[in-house]
Design a protein around this ligand. Sequence first.
Ligand SMILES: Nc1ncnc2c1ncn2[C@@H]1O[C@H](COP(=O)(O)OP(=O)(O)OP(=O)(O)O)[C@@H](O)[C@H]1O
Length: 516
Amino acid sequence: MDSNIFTCESLFPQGPPTNSPIPCLLVGGDALWNSLNPPGLGKTGLDVSGFTSEVLQPCVLLLQNLQVLLRPRGGADEDGRVQAALCQLLHSAPSRVAVVATVRRPRDLSAGTMAVFIHQVELDTPTEEQRRAMLTSLSRGIHLGRDVDLGRVAKLTAGLVLGGLCALLSEAGRASCRRLVEICSGRTEKDLCSSGVTIRNQDFISALQTLQEVQSKAAGSPKIPDVHWEDVGGLQEVKKEILDTVQLPLQRPELLSLGLSRTGVLLYGPPGTGKTLLAKAVATECSMTFLSVKGPELINMYVGQSEENVREVFNRARSAAPCVVFFDELDSLAPSRGHSGDSGGVMDRVVSQLLAELDALHSTASVFVIGATNRPDLLDQSLLRPGRFDKLVYVGINEDRDSQLQVLQAIVRKFHLDSTVNLQEVLENCPCHMTGADLYALCSDAMTAAVKRKIALIDQRKETSQEQNMQIFSMNDSRLLVSMDDFKTALENFHPSVSEQELIRYQNIQQKLTTT
Ligand SMILES: Nc1ncnc2c1ncn2[C@@H]1O[C@H](COP(=O)(O)OP(=O)(O)OP(=O)(O)O)[C@@H](O)[C@H]1O
């Protein structure tokens, strides 16, 4: 049993408060399970003295992840016998033992179990200000370089909780050791650490990257994307409209109390015009995490599961706040109620759930919703009421050459172009109506042509080198430069993805929405 009694590291990562004389016993897993379910399940009831002997009292008994204990085999219902034993435990606990239990989501426990606990405290994801205070407190006693600005670190750590911030500091410490070992070759990490290391800003940056990589590997966890304004060409007006809506309440939280904040923006327009890209850029530029959800992914055949999925998305967003939730293909998640044609009314319930979640966001600036659709006319109109998606922004096709050039320049930012490339000339050979995705396809076709050209060159050189015994030339020998000829090759098979008729249909929808 002793091996299951731990210190309270999870509650107090730096150890229990030193000025507190009360020990904290963390009990979890098998110890509690065995006590509540002795072999044969004949006896129920926890012998608290097993954990909290007279010697240790007064003390705090911390029961972690209570839901796991109550639903040991992941079943839908709690085991009544375990629940009864738990109630018994709480009633029979000595008065000098305070029992604290933790659970990820209160709804994981039955109402009966919840009622056993007199006080229920919800721990929210820390705000930027709270993260700053935590970082200041956690880094006490650690030597930080003059270039470290904990306020900025707090800004970049949206979505991290106390444990994450502890991990960040440890990782930054490791990064600073690695940096020193590299500089002072010949000295071991142990030597350097014993003589004291200073954590610099670059160590925090490297630690953040490491943490984000780990997080992004964890299924679906939101992170701050890496798309900047420079990656979005043109769309100046759209960028401004979204930023005014998202950034203002973040910078001026007092607007919330005046009821001047907005919960969501709906981007609509033809496919491939940069709606997803814009939403990601907003999140990056405002240092918010990004949670992308495709409408159809949330729909599930099991009764109640689709609504639960919607609820779960908003829970995840709240725990990663400040967060931008991006609902792609919103029309398939929230079609007009009464018209969806599903027999069980699943879609109607999903829409109602979505509306309830949007309304609940109203009092906070930390979760912002961006919806995207090609068919705003199919949406349930109540979504467009004030306080929900109350700003509609049309993201259309760039029709003038100037804005097309801006998109092209944004796309080729990461390409190496040779001096023969004239982007204006490329555009002159393109049709008038092109989406950003079309231009991206054109550039990647040009890149493919460049790769093929280089492979052909290598093959040719190989033949000559064998004949003349020359050194073999490989793909890595020089940078891959995309030439004007590569663009010309790409243009041969280039067709815009949105036809003129479709474009007219989108423009009609836009006109209808702006006049209503
Ligand atoms: N304005 C733009 N600037 C730079 N690149 C763009 C732009 N618009 C689109 N692109 C390119 O096209 C790709 C697809 O765009 P995106 O996915 O954002 O379009 P979308 O409007 O969300 O499409 P859909 O409606 O099909 O979801 C982007 O990854 C990007 O490479």
